[in-house]
Design a binder for this molecule. Structure first.
Ligand code: PLP
Length: 487
């Protein structure tokens, strides 16, 4: 025990001998060989049984495996690499920041890289969308950003004198992260299984806005929207709208169903309902934001103003682990008039180097008009996918925005009957594609475990027209292999 150790040291003064004996006791007599740990090396992979491929270099839209195989990156990892890999300007900016200031604690200090990044991503260019967002909080991952956003929303009401607001409402087709709080508001059921009993209980879920699978054949799109908004209203009523903190949703749903945009008018209806009850609207743009859907924010295409937005992936383009909470003036003003602080803080918040790296990425995006390029390339990708897969037997739905597209696979296109979960159609297509030298992002439905079997195509905004064509051609070949296997 430390106190005993201190007593002994002070009585005989021989600290070094005692320290040595403690270290000797704590060291096992035989050192485990790396092999005996199961996978040979120390890194914990996502699976204990399947080792990932080692990537030895990456440039532009291509990954080079240590085996010498080249992979065309058709999904930017998980829609992360927006400017491609190996950009020297970003590397130089990162090194320059490290040489200048590598770290400061934000309790007392700030840096120009963090300040400039915040200003740049909140800036509204002439004629740009008036988003009403005033402040940015930077952290290291989407999960952390959503955690911070959930706390911020609660603090907003606490300071407004409405501490009874304790509930969050989310959708049963959503992914918001892996931490306890962000997973609590997620509906990615497979990931939640071991943790269900310990997740937050002040969260409920309403139906996804997912026309292909859930709009009834007897209803129009507008009627479907009315039904969804009525359901949300009923859920607010059940909880008591005066008890609800926020509604959280992805404007274009990413991994849980594959690039699902809501039907027209849905988010306007959600906004109206939130305003009626004073509930905050938190839009999660971790995956679909930062230009990915062809506009800087995905919500611009819904013509709504959120109260809180979270962004990640494309913010640092994969060059740095960075995400952000973007906060509207309405929320900022309340905190400013109240405690005058966000009651939250992290060692690595607004980290100078990650902010400098993201700043370099975002400067390139603006200088080279990459969001506009993404929108144009997206139109081409849309056309290519429709032309190539439109007549395919098992491709039920082709959907997306910008360079964020998915193919949804179904056993029967007329009835939309799904494949059995054990079929893993999307995963097999992804695996076939990989074997052909193409990376796409797979996903299985998470609403009911089957609907939403898909692959996502989300290449860097810088991808060439030739490579875009190659992505679609290789994906078709991968799909045909799986179709043939099932026939
Ligand atoms: N929100 C959305 C919409 C996401 O797609 C993700 C990650 O895939 C997250 C949150 C969590 O982000 P991270 O994995 O960086 O914690």
């Amino acid at each position: 025990a430390p106190s005993l150790l201190l007593e002994t040291v002070s009585s005989n003064g021989d600290a070094s001998a005692i320290a040595k004996s403690i270290v000797a006791e704590a060291t096992p007599s035989t050192t485990m060989s790396p092999e005996s740990r199961g996978q040979g090396r120390g890194l914990l992979h996502r699976s204990f049984t399947e080792s990932p491929y080692e990537v030895s270099s990456a440039l532009g839209s291509y990954l080079q495996l240590s085996t010498g195989v080249s992979i065309l990156d058709g999904c930017g990892g998980a829609a992360v690499a927006i400017i491609g890999h190996g950009n020297e300007e970003v590397m130089a900016a990162t090194v320059a920041q490290m040489q200048k200031v590598s770290y400061v604690h934000t309790l007392s200090y700030t840096t120009s890289s963090a300040e400039d990044l915040a200003d740049l991503i909140l800036e509204i260019p002439p004629g740009g969308f008036q988003h009403g967002l005033e402040k940015a909080y930077f952290c290291g991952s989407g999960s952390e950003a959503n955690d911070a956003a959930l706390k911020l929303a609660r603090q907003y009401f606490y300071e407004k004198g409405e501490p009874q607001r304790k509930f969050y409402v989310s959708r049963s087709q959503s992914y918001h992260g892996n931490s306890i709080a962000s997973m609590s508001v997620s509906a990615n059921l497979p990931r939640k299984v071991p943790y269900q009993d310990i997740l937050m209980h002040n969260v409920s879920f309403v139906s996804p806005a997912y026309s292909y699978q859930y709009q009834r054949s007897s209803e129009t799109e507008q009627e479907y929207v009315v039904r969804l908004i009525a359901e949300l209203d009923a859920e607010f009523q059940r909880i008591g709208p005066e008890n609800v903190i926020s509604f959280i949703a992805e404007p274009v749903v990413g991994a849980t169903s594959g690039c699902v945009a809501a039907p027209k008018g849905y988010f306007a209806g959600v906004r109206k309902l939130c305003d009626k009850y004073g509930i905050l609207l938190h839009l999660d743009e971790i995956m679909c934001g930062m230009g990915r859907t062809g506009t800087y924010f995905a919500f611009e295409q819904e013509d709504v103003l959120p109260d809180i937005v979270t962004v990640g992936k494309g913010l640092g383009g994969g060059y740095a682990p960075v995400a952000a909470v973007l906060i509207s003036s309405k929320v900022v003003d309340t905190l400013r008039a109240g405690s005058a602080a966000f009651n939250h803080g992290q060692t690595y918040q607004a980290h100078p180097v990650t902010c400098a790296t993201a700043l370099a990425v975002q400067k390139i995006v603006r200088r080279e008009s990459l969001v506009q390029r993404c929108a144009l390339m997206g139109m081409l990708l849309n056309q290519l996918l429709v032309d190539t897969f439109g007549g395919c037997k098992f491709v039920g739905n082709i959907r997306g925005r910008g360079l964020f597209w998915a193919l949804e696979f179904v056993r029967d296109k007329t009835t939309k009957e799904t494949f059995s979960p054990s079929c893993h159609f999307g995963f097999n297509v992804q695996q076939n594609a990989f074997n052909l030298g193409l990376a796409v992002y797979p996903g299985a439905g998470t609403v009911d475990g089957v609907r939403g079997d898909h692959v996502i195509i989300a290449p860097p905004f810088t991808t060439s027209v030739v490579d875009l064509g190659k992505i679609v051609t290789l994906l078709k070949e991968a799909y045909i292999q799986e179709e043939t296997r099932l026939d």
